[in-house]
Design a protein around this ligand. Sequence first.
Ligand SMILES: *Cc1c(COP(=O)(O)O)cnc(C)c1O
Length: 222
Amino acid sequence: MNIQANIKEVLSTLPEGVRLVAVSKFHPNEAIEEAYAAGQRIFGESHVQEMTKKHETLPADIEWHFIGHLQTNKVKYMAPYVAMIHAVDSYRLLAEIDRQAAKAGRTIPCLLQIHIAQEETKFGFTFDECRQMLQEGEWRKLSNVRLAGLMGMASNVDDDEQIKREFCSLSNFFREVKREFFADAEGFKEISMGMSHDYPLAIQAGSTLVRVGSKIFGERIY
Ligand SMILES: *Cc1c(COP(=O)(O)O)cnc(C)c1O
């Protein structure tokens, strides 16, 4: 695996305005150091303990993005340093992030995870649940989180048309929510979608943050 070459190849395909989150979960520090040497600074992890250990041992200018399902009792471990939390799927979790961010003296950018896939096992708000949560407005009182956009995962299928439809549904929903709730919020601008096998489709549909793992680092061993 030539990680530096892979990073450069992926970066060369990204249009302006689309950023790469290099998903380094289950890969050792050495792999991240190679990507770092190629200039990559944003890394995505999905396990709190693993990310915290990497944060403690790798260069301080790395931006750690938490992309996995997050339990409320784990927020406190990442609040002092995490750069963005991608998969906020309940108001309760958002409120806990706010509480821990306040303790750490920080404001943490968060993305709301929206369920766009056909599969039932994926986490996330439905469109209606998300509208309702935003409508209720409690989130406006949370001053230590900043809602920065939406995140979603397409179904894990070979049908490009279905994947495209799902990504477009997220882009359309982003525009709706932006208009209704965040028209004046410059910071609400991210659509985190696209992984190794489908990120070109996600970019066509308006992604601003692609989360690419195995195409850069090779297959993970679970
Ligand atoms: C693991 C993971 C990725 C990266 O997946 P690849 O197929 O390896 O690119 C992206 N997003 C989330 C939420 C993940 O858990």
